[in-house]
Each structure stands twice: as C-alpha cells, then as structure tokens.
Ligand binder design. Structure first.
Ligand code: F6P
Length: 434
C-alpha cells in the first residue's frame, strides 16, 4: 500500500500553551542548543537523481518543543516494558526518568510491572514509584527492573486503570506487538477524549520495526552473536571437516544473522528468513557444504531461527502471546540433515552446534546501544510533554522522528535482498543465490 503524507501526520492532545522549562534557544548560531519546531521535517527518501527536484514524503523531526501541552507539575507518567528482553531496557527507563525529573521537573513517575499485565489490576502487580535515585545505576544491568511479559490487555481496562491512577503520559517500550497494543490504548484514550499521551519506543533485537533503521539492543545482540560465531569457527577449524552451526534469533528478519556474519567475517553460509534456501540438489546447501569441506576442511553456517521453515515437515501450531507464529527448530533439523547427508556421501563430518539463544539479549547494552537508548528515551519525553500521542519515536537516516503508530505497526521490516547489507554478506561469505 502506498503511503500518503497525511498518514504521517502526528496526533496532538491539544494546543500547546505552556513554556518549556528547558531554556533552549530558537536562534541558530548562538551556541545554545535549539528547540525543534513542528515544521522541521526529514525527507523520507533523501536520495535524488542529479538535477531532479526531491519528491518525497516527509517525517516530523523529534526533539524538544518550545511550548508544551502538559504543565510539568500536572504530569504523572508511567513506563511499561513489554515482550522479550533486549539490551538497553534499563538504560531507557533511566533516561526517561532522568529527563522527566531533572530537566522537566516531573516528580510523579510510575513503573508498570511485567508488561501490559501490570496495567490490568486483576492480573498484574501494583506499579512502583520511580525516581532518579532509584534508577541511578540500573543501566549497568541487562533485563528490565520493571519486569516484562508478552500479550495485550483489553485497552478499555488499561485506560480505565490509567485514568483511575491519574496517569497522563504512558511510555510503551517494546516491539511490534507492544506498539500495536500502544496504538489500541491511544485509540481508546481518543474515544474517551482523555488527555493522555501514549508514546512508543521501539525495542527488539530483531531490528524489524518499520521506520527505525536500528532499534536499541540490536548492536549489542550482534556483538554477542559474533562471539558465538567466532567460537564456532574455532571449533570447526580444530577438527577434520568441522562444521560450526550457529542458530541465532530473528523470527521474520535476518538482521542479526546478517550483521553478525559481516562482523565475524568467518561465515560461509548465512541463512535468513527473507531468502528461502534449498537443501537438496546440485545448488542446495548440502552439496555446497560438501564442496566447501572438500576445499577447506571446515565450514561455518549461521542460520536465523525463522529461516528454512518451509523445509520442516513438522512445525508447532499457533502463535505466542505477542501474536508471533511459533517456529520449528531449524538448527537441530540442519544438524541432522548435514550428518545424514555426509554419512551417505562418505564424507566424515563433525557438527558443532551452537544455540546462544537468550544469551545475546539478556546482557547489558554496549556503548552504541546505550547511546541510542539515551536518544530514544529523551525524544520520547519531549514528544509526550508536547502532547504528541499515538506516536512512535523512529530513527531515519540517523535522525529521530515521530511516526504515527498506525503506520509503523502491523507489518515488520525485513532485510532488503537488493540492498547493501545483504550484498556485503554475499561478498564476505562467497555465498551464491540459491
Ligand atoms: O522478539 C524478539 C525475539 O528475540 C525473537 O527473535 C525470538 O524469537 C523471541 O524474542 C524469543 O523470545 P521469547 O522466548 O521470550 O518469546
């Protein structure tokens, strides 16, 4: 579906009449940090043919606004973390609390326990009060101090709870399922004409959220995945015809597998959900692996968990609580197939199977992700204080932008098989098209 400019318009709770306490500038060149005005936009497609005028949609830039919707003294904010863990969750919680308290002077901040369940008094635990002191050193630890869970709640119950607690800003930190939930909450808020801002912050190691070049946590997960690949390479090289087989997270998108493959530089086959591969036949994985072993006596294969699902005879039914389709185990399947094939071909092989699984996402954030967390969190606070709602903080060409939740959710971002990342993976692995 073709996107239209009007779909990128950001919803506001109402007129902004409160002067921001941030004391920034509107004068360029005065060496004082500037407010961002609503009419500053970023082209969706910055590439343009020489001589041609740019023809593109534009996204609203994120950043501090000179006038706010909420008087800081009247704000009661709440933060919820949902879905699977992701490095940097605690950094985001900390930066939201610090920005609200130190810079805007907001003292009432709640931490919602265990995802959206904590917004349903019949299911969740009571919220905890957050302040800068409590969160001062949480960014050194992986996980989320608030706890998390998968699955939505009835938005009517959630909004009833927010209203009864006097919460007027809700920060929803999570992946696509969480942001769909945030959109449903914002719609219910609008239906009831309540002054509650709902702002989403994109989180997933899979890096599959639209309008977001990189979600926080992705690069940390890639670094962890790279060390698993490097160990698999050591194992593979140490025996005759060793095969290091590494399964990595990535349900519908192969960003972790592709980026870790590139970072490691030791991978011969990188299998991702976006590109179905063949197992059998002259050009299939098994025959290619045999050639590789004949030539180099070892090989490294990286497979994203969502790759090759078409090859599995048996797959679990249904979806998890976030609505993600349950996957069959491609890792064990490949291991068995390689052993069986090599046995039949009379090729000795030793498969060393690595499944780093949750290890790549339960660690604390590396510097690159810590930096992203700070940027996302502070932009989310600026947006909320300005009364922007039903909005996701996106990252487009390294600029933070506002994206309506309605257009950023529902369909996940996937790796572009014609793009630079995948072409680099093909170059570094030497892998041909299936
Ligand atoms: O959603 C991100 C993700 O890391 C996926 O890659 C992975 O399949 C999933 O989480 C597993 O999480 P859980 O077991 O907690 O549902």
């Amino acid at each position: 579906m073709e996107l239209k400019q009007e779909q990128l318009a950001i919803t506001h709770l109402g007129p902004r009449e409160v002067a921001s306490p941030l004391d920034l500038s509107v004068t360029p060149g005065d060496q004082v940090c500037d407010y961002t005005s609503d009419d500053m936009q970023l082209l969706f497609e910055p590439r343009v043919r020489a001589g041609a005028a740019p023809e593109s949609l534009a996204l609203e830039l994120a950043g501090p606004r000179e006038k706010l919707f909420f008087p800081p003294a009247e704000v009661k904010a709440a933060i919820v973390t949902c879905g699977g863990l992701c490095p940097g969750l605690n950094n985001v919680i900390r930066a939201i609390v610090q920005e609200l308290q130190f810079n805007y002077g907001v003292d009432e901040i709640l931490g919602i326990r265990h995802g959206y369940a904590g917004l349903n008094p019949e299911q969740g635990r009571a919220p905890i009060k957050l302040d800068a002191e409590l969160v001062s050193s949480i960014h050194h630890t992986g996980g989320t101090i608030l706890g998390t869970s998968r699955g939505p709640q009835d938005p009517r119950v959630t909004v009833e709870f927010l209203a009864s607690e006097g919460v007027n800003i809700l920060f929803c930190i999570g992946g696509d399922g969480t942001q769909r939930g945030a959109h449903a909450i914002a719609q219910e808020v609008a239906r009831r004409e309540l002054p509650i801002a709902v702002v989403g912050i994109p989180k997933t190691i899979d890096n599959d959220i639209k309008f977001c070049f990189s979600t926080f946590g992705f690069y940390t997960a890639v670094a962890e995945a790279e060390s698993a690949i490097d160990r698999a390479h050591v194992e593979a090289k140490s025996v005759l015809n060793g095969v290091g087989l590494v399964k990595l997270m990535g349900r519908e998108a192969g960003f972790i597998a592709a980026a870790a493959t590139l970072a490691s530089g030791e991978v011969n086959f990188c299998l991702i959900p976006e590109e179905p591969f063949q197992l059998d036949g002259e050009h299939g994985l098994l025959a290619r692996l045999k050639h590789r072993l004949e030539a180099r006596e070892h090989a490294v294969i990286v497979v994203a968990e969502g790759a090759g699902q078409h090859l599995l005879a048996q797959r679990p039914d249904g979806c998890d609580a976030s609505g993600n389709v349950r996957l069959g185990d491609i890792g064990y399947f490949l291991k068995a197939q390689i052993q069986q094939y090599c046995g039949a071909e009379g090729v000795p092989v030793s498969v060393k199977y690595f499944d780093p699984s949750y290890q790549i996402r339960s660690v604390s954030a590396t510097a690159v992700d810590s930096l992203l967390c700070e940027r996302f969190a502070r932009a989310a606070v600026h947006a909320a204080m300005a009364g922007k709602t039903d909005v996701l903080i996106g990252l487009w060409h390294n600029q933070l932008v506002h994206v309506p939740l309605a257009v950023s959710t529902g369909q996940k971002k996937q790796l572009d098989l014609e793009g630079e990342l995948w072409s680099s993976v093909l170059a570094v692995t030497g892998q041909e098209k299936w």
